[in-house]
Write a protein that binds this ligand. Structure first.
Ligand code: PLZ
Length: 444
């Protein structure tokens, strides 16, 4: 287990000489299509600090893209996964099963919204979970069409590329894409032309109109939505949007799938973000935060829907790997023990207070939004026109990196700075990170 002083320390240029040397080897050996936000090579990680190979200690506002909510070396994850490694690394659940897989499925049934009978199937990645949710919904409804939303992100495999809205870098040149995927508007409050207060009602009406007129509700197997959109820019659909779409799905026998791969597992201050509007999905996809950094994903939902796929129709060699399952049980134990939902809410109040104060000072901040420890600022050239400012976004991220603060960007227009600290980060580091952001904004 890593135990690193929770203090930022910058002792070389970032990236430092050892990182630069490794980067040269990487460029020669690793495919150019695989990028890195910051080519600083990692040595150890503990709670809010990433220590690099040059001895720098960076403040982590990324959590490996919303994965290491419990930290990247959480005691319970390390303990349980290490014990499992000693016993066996793999059998393949489809060959000879093991208890850890069942325990994770039981935990998912307990933690996900709704008191109906639930079942789960486990996979390796978020994209794989979303693909399987589509397979299950199609098997259950005997329909083919899948509805997704503007600014949605669901993965990089062929079907999930089709489900993802943004061309660059996710889809460009990688087609043809899977058929029977339809995209409809989402209630992006900040950019809704008639104003945020109208966005929920108007966007849901438009979406439903398009579904009924262009596809036919009776042809739709699934509607898939992120309750807080992640890669698309940390967009919280305006109030009323999610309940209207959920109701439409229920009225028309459509499987409503909440993609909580980024927003789930305490990230937004709830076990799952859809709880904030009382939404009970038919199926829910999870990954990322579920296993404290080990690769694991799941589809969880109504037992009768989950059981619609024929025996042997779902699976994969590594799905629900025993070490990853042990990690998940450790991560869930940590979330409960440390009450990480409460921690996420504390992070939200600190961040929102400081970022809203910055918005008063710096007109480049058009919007401050998000929930829990999933917070973002959207940068614009002019608050009146809301013209996206991707250049300033990249400049601020770069300035933060140079100071030893790891931040990520996102958004359809590349103009959103997103903050996803581990939920176990200390208050001092959180504030120091915000100081660095404020200085970068001032220097712009
Ligand atoms: N659904 C909502 O956020 C993954 C993508 C990083 P995988 N988001 C990070 C990148 O650039 O590849 C994500 C998500 C939502 C699905 C996925 C896909 O999860 O585990 O990356 O396949």
């Amino acid at each position: 287990m890593s135990d690193i002083p929770q203090e930022r320390r910058v002792v070389t240029a970032i990236p430092g000489p050892k990182s630069q040397e490794l980067q040269q080897r990487r460029l020669a050996a690793v495919a150019a299509g695989v990028g890195s936000t910051l080519p600083v090579f990692t040595a150890r990680v503990d709670r809010g600090i990433i220590e690099d190979v040059d001895g720098n200690r960076l403040i982590d506002f990324g959590s490996g893209i919303a994965v290491t909510s419990v930290g990247a070396s959480a005691e319970a994850v390390v303990r349980r996964a290490s014990a499992q490694l000693q016993d066996f690394t793999h059998t393949c659940f489809m060959v000879t099963p093991y208890e850890g897989y069942v325990e994770v499925a039981e935990a998912l049934a307990e933690l996900t919204p709704g008191d109906h009978a639930k079942k789960s199937a486990l996979f390796n990645s978020g994209a794989e979970a979303v693909e399987n949710a589509v397979k299950i919904a199609r098997a259950y409804t005997k329909r083919q069409a899948v509805v997704v939303f503007d600014h949605g992100y669901h993965g990089r495999t062929n079907l999930t590329m089709a489900l993802t809205s943004k061309n660059m870098p996710y889809k460009h040149g990688f087609g043809p894409f899977a058929p029977e995927v339809y995209r409809v508007p989402v209630a992006y409050g900040y950019r809704w032309l008639t104003g945020e207060e109208n966005a929920g009602a108007e966007a849901s009406a438009q979406a439903i109109d398009q579904i009924t007129k262009q596809i036919g509700a009776e042809n739709v197997a699934a509607i898939i939505i992120e309750p807080v959109l992640g890669e698309g820019g940390f967009i919280e659909p305006a109030k009323g949007f999610l309940p209207a779409i959920r109701q439409f799905a229920a009225d028309n026998g459509i499987v409503f799938v909440a993609d909580e791969i980024q927003s789930g597992f305490c990230r937004t201050g709830q076990w799952f973000a859809c709880e904030d509007e009382g939404i009970v999905p038919d199926l829910i996809t999870t990954a990322k935060g579920i296993a404290g950094g080990l690769p694991l994903a799941a589809v969880t939902g109504k037992a009768e829907i989950m059981d619609a796929a024929h025996a042997g129709g779902l699976g994969g060699t590594y799905g629900g790997n025993p070490v990853a399952c042990a990690g998940a049980l450790g991560a869930i134990e940590t979330m409960k023990e440390l009450d990480l939902n409460a921690k996420a809410k504390e992070i939200e109040s600190t961040m929102k207070a400081r970022l809203t104060a910055m918005q008063e000072k710096f007109s480049v901040i058009g919007d401050v939004r998000g929930r829990g420890a999933m917070i973002a600022i959207e940068l614009v050239k002019n608050p009146a026109t809301k013209e996206p400012d991707a250049a300033s976004t990249a400049a601020i991220a770069k300035a933060c990196h140079a100071e030893g603060l790891l931040v990520l960007t996102c958004g359809t227009y590349g103009n959103v700075l997103r903050f996803l600290p581990p939920l176990v980060i200390g208050q001092d580091l959180l504030n120091e990170g915000l100081d660095i952001i404020e200085n970068a904004l001032a220097a712009l």
